[in-house]
Design a protein. Sequence first.
Length: 213
Amino acid sequence: MDTDDDALVAEQIAYYRARAFEYDRVYAEREDLRELVTAVDELPIAGDVLELACGTGQWTGRLAARAHSMTAVDSSPEVLGIARARTASGDVEFVQADVFTWQPPRRYDTVFFAFWLSHVPLSRMGHFWNTVAAALTPHGRAIFIDEGPAEAAREEVAAELRRLDDGSQYRIVKIFHDPTTLTDDLATLGWSADVRPLGNFIVGIAEPPTASG
């Protein structure tokens, strides 16, 4: 692992813990985000579902409504508290864990993550997708939503400075993936993926090497 990326990821975790009670503001301010959340209803969410980096649970309830069982993972106890309060279903299992080090104890039919892939350093992409593959059943799929290249150009190394209401500043990982390039990158890792633009965002459905090969 890259030690610079380790420090950046640690700062990113601290940022989202500190931002927990400010996080939902962006959904209140942006109609395109509120509409995007409803896109989950059109995606092939099914079976036992794992949500990585669930945040404040903006997506969790809709996923749970489609799932046979639902597990949601995040590193921040602050956002997990908000997600628990927001999620009407009492059948969701919330897990506090660092997505980069957590190992799934079982397999799932669907692994979902929204606005998380852009926070994964390029040096950790292979490891992250191996973790996702290990979490999926043989015929399972990974489904993800993120910001697209319309927001910014994809960079080899990307870090963004964020400021909170109290004036504190944090660096986070921020990589804007081009759909075609990301599809090719996943193919190099053995995945079969369909990544498409949706407005300013991207939506991807990917099958792991065991399913595609």
